[in-house]
Design a protein around this ligand. Sequence first.
Ligand SMILES: [Zn+2]
Length: 231
Amino acid sequence: MGIDELLEYQKIDISLTNARKSILESDKAKTINDLGTKAKHLKATIEAGEKSATACFDSVYKIKRYLDDIPPRSAINVDTLTYEQLSKLENELNSHKTHLERLKKEFESNNEKLSQLNIKHNAEYHELIKVSNSRSSKMIDFKKIVDKFTEDHDSETELLKEIAKRVPRRLLTLYNEKKTNGAHKTPIVVKYADGSCGACGYDIKAEVGNKLKKPGDYAECPNCLRIVFFK
Ligand SMILES: [Zn+2]
């Protein structure tokens, strides 16, 4: 037994769940959700921008590394060098010059990129603050709605708790498991009708018919997994 109590429980539970759903699926809730998604995307964009900016600094280190790698040399007295030595030195210096000019160009281009990234970052950051603030203020309003709902439905919630005490624990656990895993829509508890499941219409007589003989008997529909009871 206990099916009657469970049906009573289900009736109030569905009504409360639907009322709650209407709040959770309201435009206000959707707006908050959308703003949350927007903020998340903005954060990701900002992070990606910061990574690009960090990469821009690489060219500075490149120049530093290049300069560091040039072996130190003692002071050269040009007057004592032979023509070949002088010519070799000139080639060496020219090669450094060419390389450094290339690094300088890379640095300048990165610098330009960096300043553009900075402008973009500021705009995105400004937008993120705006979105976050808007979401926070909407959350405050929404919380008021939820609080009012809780207050308005206090007696129903209490009643549900009272009925729950009268439902056999095993049945209530089964009901709640099915509700939580969300595998099927409400109602979760349905009537056994002419050998079939009262919800999905599947012929369950051969599979679980032997468990459904007298009032209060119940079984699980092998097709939709609802609780099917005999009445
Ligand atoms: Zn079924």
